[in-house]
Design a protein around this ligand. Structure first.
Ligand SMILES: [Zn+2]
Ligand SMILES: [Zn+2]
Length: 282
């Protein structure tokens, strides 16, 4: 087994007088780097994938025995999340082809929120030529059926119509099971569940007139403004102010994933409430 030791990137201002001499022009930094290390991970390719000519220059400029690993472009890994990889594969292979004897691995770093999808990964890997070695970095920290009790920041009054409620009870509802399982793809690590809490009003924004600090409240899960057309005809669940148009959904819901507006829910000690609907939240 051969072990190569290197760093992510080779050009950093604060490495002056550490790895390169003071005032060394940045174009010379790689030359200094290769005297001390025999591998590197190219990071800038994540932002902009270099053309084949640039790969050829690296190949010709790097000493024998040096291998370069290259981070896959974010267009493929973060924007497309490995969907429709065909248009990228040719570009990756063209650069890789030029790198020849200096090839390390193509580092496919997946976004932190990407859920496991074996079929999609398999399809992508199957398209790559056999001479292109790949390392896949999986970064999702929290997956399906992984609910935890954690410290979260306290809510603050951000708008004059906000209320902050000290939670006294918060149910785990049958519909939370959707988020726990089948609607998992809409959850982001760190999302706070809980759409049906009750508690005591702790702090109010300046424009809240129908609540007082100390009031005990039951909070409905849908978030509605109380003054749009839908709210005034009693259809608060379709509130036009809070509806999640991007997902073709009605009013935003507390603690119910990106499908309903990614609003932190009530399974915590204090909860911020925006624009409580007139009369219904008391
Ligand atoms: Zn419920
Ligand atoms: Zn409304």
């Amino acid at each position: 087994m051969v072990v190569h030791v290197g760093t992510s990137g080779w050009s950093y201002g604060h490495w002056e007088n550490v790895l390169y001499p003071w005032g060394a022009p940045s174009r010379d930094r790689l030359g200094h780097y290769v005297r001390r290390f025999d591998t590197v991970e190219l990071n800038s390719s994540f932002y902009r994938w270099p053309g084949p000519a640039q790969f050829a220059r690296w190949r010709d400029g790097l000493p024998a025995g040096f291998v370069m690993s290259v981070k896959a472009p974010r267009g493929l890994t973060h924007a497309k999340k490995l969907y429709a990889p065909e248009r990228w594969v040719d570009r990756l292979a063209a650069g890789w082809h030029e790198l020849r004897g200096r090839r390390g691995v193509l580092l496919v770093q997946l976004p932190p929120q990407q859920i496991r999808d074996d079929a999609r990964l398999d399809y992508f890997l199957g398209l790559l030529p056999p001479w292109l070695a790949v390392a896949v970095e999986f970064r999702r920290e929290q997956g399906k059926r992984d609910v935890r009790v954690e410290e979260v920041p306290d809510p603050r009054i951000e708008y004059p119509t906000d209320a902050i409620v000290k939670i006294t009870s918060s149910a785990i509802c049958g519909s939370d099971l959707h988020l726990y399982e089948v609607l998992g793809p809409y959850m982001k690590p760190g999302d706070i569940l809980g759409h049906e809490p009750m508690g005591i009003v702790q702090e109010l924004g300046a424009e809240v007139t129908n609540l007082a600090v100390g009031d005990r409240v039951v909070v409905p899960f849908n978030i509605s403004c109380g003054h749009c057309f839908m709210c005034t005809v009693g259809l608060q669940s379709q509130c036009e102010t809070t509806q999640v148009r991007k997902q073709n959904k009605g009013a935003a819901l507390f603690g119910f994933s990106s499908m309903y507006g990614s609003v932190p829910g009530g399974q915590r000690s204090t909860c911020g409430y925006r624009r409580p609907s007139t009369g219904r939240s008391r």
